[in-house]
Design a binder for this molecule. Structure first.
Ligand SMILES: [Zn+2]
Length: 373
């Protein structure tokens, strides 16, 4: 069984301490202990003092790539799972790292990102390496003398272009890998922003994700909006030959639209719950996508209740459907309504200071939310 573990962290003593504490808690709970002598720590962008302190703190060996650039090491057929994984995702990190140049002893001339135009091998190809007279594994120190650039005269246009940017690069201090971020330090948020793929913003996202949302409810509603919930009409389209009727009413085929919005049972739940919020939900899925952004805007009590109720009803309808399908303690209609009201009320109770108004007072009375005023 694969049991290797990769843990990523900011290079700070406090972050490393948190990881140590978590591993200690894990050991106490599970009896499984991390073995420092079989673990490696890889550090990037860390000054020598901090590096020493971290190494002393974790009692682990520092992982290094001996003599070769990380970017060109082939993936070995037999090596640890974690090393293989690291090598496979290195292309992601490659775009986010660059070098601050010191004496050039630790930086690969062609293979590291130290030049303003980026990785020189990627930019100019092997021809430029051949023309330069340096090997592919050459270090940057080959073209630095006495803290100044010292490159033999150019023999190709590529080399001329590379050399033309050299005066813009400041030399001095240690060679230091830095993150391509605002302050050169690693940031989870910035790294995520750079790595993630982007899609057009959907109009319904605020209906699903909002500060007071109950995560399991929101996650399920997100699946519904993405049409990723496996209703019986879908199973039928995939070749399933069993019964396809709605388990609530047995009067129509079970589909997303029917189950959540058109079914008489669902309709009663919607009416009862949304009625308590002075709102009505459309019965047509096409209208739902626009209804949320239009009707549930703002931070009033009505809209907070409306959002929470909308998400909770969809979640509990599906839960009831599954209970009926699997014969797993389906609840009565009254129980479902009570459960939804209880969960929504508990969430609202955590939120104080809603603005006062006549409608507000009606809602406060209906939901028994006097402590929120
Ligand atoms: Zn039905």
């Amino acid at each position: 069984m694969e049991d290797d573990l990769l843990i990523f962290s900011a290079a700070s003593l406090s972050s490393v301490q948190v990881i140590k504490d978590v591993l200690a808690d894990f050991e106490e709970l599970s009896g499984l202990k991390a073995n420092p002598s079989k673990s490696l720590i890889f550090l990037a962008g860390v000054n020598p003092c901090l590096k020493q302190e971290i190494l002393e703190m974790v009692h682990m060996l520092e992982g290094i790539c001996l003599g070769r650039s990380l970017w060109t090491v082939p993936i070995p057929t037999s090596c640890s799972w974690s090393w293989k994984k690291l090598l496979k995702i290195r292309e992601l990190a490659k775009r986010l790292l660059r070098f601050k140049v010191g004496d050039g002893m630790k930086i690969f001339l062609w293979l590291d990102n130290w030049h303003p135009t980026g990785y020189l091998l990627d930019r100019f190809g092997y021809r430029a390496i051949y023309d330069s007279g340096f090997s592919i594994d050459a270090k940057l120190s080959n073209i630095i003398r006495n803290e100044d650039w010292f490159w033999p005269s150019a023999r190709s246009e590529a080399i001329v272009e590379i050399q033309s940017s050299l005066p813009d690069i400041q030399l001095g201090g240690d060679d230091l890998p830095v993150w391509d971020s605002r302050n050169g330090k690693y940031s989870c948020a910035e790294t995520w922003e750079k790595l993630r793929s982007r899609h057009p913003v959907v109009p319904w996202w605020k209906t699903v994700w909002f500060p007071m949302a109950i995560p399991r409810h929101s996650f399920f509603l997100w699946l519904v909006f993405k049409d990723a919930v496996v209703t019986r009409n879908k199973m039928s389209a995939w070749g399933y030959s069993g019964p396809c009727l709605c388990l609530f009413c047995y009067a129509a085929q079970e589909s997303r639209e029917h189950l959540f919005f058109r079914c008489s049972f669902s309709g009663r739940v919607w009416k009862a719950i949304m009625g308590d919020c002075s709102l009505a939900v459309p019965t047509n899925w096409d209208e739902i996508e626009d209804w949320g952004p239009k009707m549930l805007r703002g931070k009033s009590l009505k809209n907070c209740l409306g959002r929470l109720c909308f998400v909770a009803v969809v979640y509990h309808l599906w839960k009831q459907r599954n209970a009926l399908l699997h014969g797993n303690n389906p609840r009565s209609e009254e129980d479902i309504l009570a459960q939804i009201r209880w969960e929504v009320r508990a969430r609202i109770m955590a939120q104080k200071n809603f603005q006062n108004s006549e409608l507000q007072m009606k809602l406060v009375a209906k939901w028994n939310l006097f402590s929120c005023l």
